[in-house]
Design a protein around this ligand. Structure first.
Ligand code: YRO
Length: 308
């Protein structure tokens, strides 16, 4: 079974890779991804200055998923610009994830990172906006302004990592914004924002930052992720490739993302919980699922989910 895929003209040896944030902050983590069966190396979203991130505990895994408020721990964009040439030696695409603490950070980072020639650049719209306003991805005007500024300095394929939307009107509005910004691929979804997990025995929240509020990942968000993949696949009629992220814990979950229109999948929670061996398991399970269903590749089943 052929598990390779192509996104925006870039060939991925495997359609399963890490999500930005999972095991991808340090050089050693990124090199380990390069040596693993991951289909790509995706960096942690990067900021102008290096960051320690939030106080711990800042990640908590539980049956069904995870909650995190990492606070963008990363080496800073200059360090990743220096690392990219080395990371490109592993025979798989390198995706640089760009973040920023304010709108002006993004073009600054993108211009320098673009010069290091990652294979693709992913713009993380879940980043904070002006205090008191929702994250950029929930502010269509800010999203459009930022994507147009960043597009001007990016010459490699540019994608956007979107937060989950929960209303068709939001899918429509963001679809129009994306249509006007020359976006080469989409990645959805980022974690479901501002969830809260409580330990009933200790009668405490489980992570320290933000009073315990954090982004949700894992099985519990799969239905939200599939809805967003499907909604944007339909809006763009499959013309913009989509990376499906959210709730992929096994090969069948991945298959569901492909049925909904994904061209590749990314994994976060399962990687943090299981380690890099998860890639081999996920590939074997996905290959078995495709074989069982009579598909020769993930491209064959893409978007094939049937409505009733
Ligand atoms: C949540 C932000 C810190 C604004 C962006 C980085 C990020 C984080 C993080 O670094 O806390 N966690 C996520 O699940 N998704 C993200 O995009």
């Amino acid at each position: 079974t052929d598990l390779s895929t192509t996104i925006a003209g870039v060939k991925f040896p495997s359609c399963v890779m890490n999500a930005a944030g999972a095991l991808c902050v340090t050089r050693d983590e990124l090199v380990a991804l390069g040596k693993s069966r991951a289909g790509a190396i995706v960096t942690k979203s990067m900021t102008v200055e290096a960051r320690q991130g939030n106080p711990e505990p800042r990640y908590y895994g539980f049956p069904g998923g995870s909650i995190n408020s990492m606070g963008l721990p990363n080496l800073g964009y200059r360090a990743y610009a220096e690392l990219i040439p080395e990371l490109k030696q592993f025979g798989k695409p390198v995706i640089a994830s760009v973040a920023g603490l304010c709108e002006d950070d993004f073009p600054t980072i993108a211009a320098v990172i673009n010069a290091a020639k990652p294979d693709l650049i992913e713009v993380n719209l879940s980043c904070p906006n002006i205090p008191g306003k929702p994250q950029i991805g929930y502010d269509p005007e800010a999203s459009e302004r930022l994507l147009k500024r960043v597009r001007k300095v990016i010459t490699v394929p540019m994608g956007v990592k979107l937060p989950p939307y929960f209303d068709p009107a939001h899918h429509e509005v963001m679809g129009k914004v994306i249509g006007r910004c020359e976006v080469d691929f989409l990645n959805m979804i980022n974690s479901v924002g501002n969830g809260l997990v409580v330990d009933p025995d200790r009668e405490e929240v489980v992570i320290k930052p933000k009073g315990g509020f954090g982004g949700l990942g894992g099985t519990i968000i799969k239905a939200v992720a599939l809805a967003n993949v499907r909604a944007f696949y339909k809006i763009f009629q499959g013309k913009i490739p989509i990376i499906g992220t959210g709730g992929v814990m096994n090969g069948v979950d991945a298959f569901e993302h492909f049925l909904c229109g994904a061209s590749a999948v990314q994994v976060g929670t399962v990687l943090v919980e299981e380690g890099l061996g998860a890639f081999g398991r996920l590939e074997a399970e996905l290959a078995a699922q495709l074989k069982k269903k009579g598909y020769g590749s993930v491209t064959e089943c893409r978007g094939k989910v049937k409505e009733l």
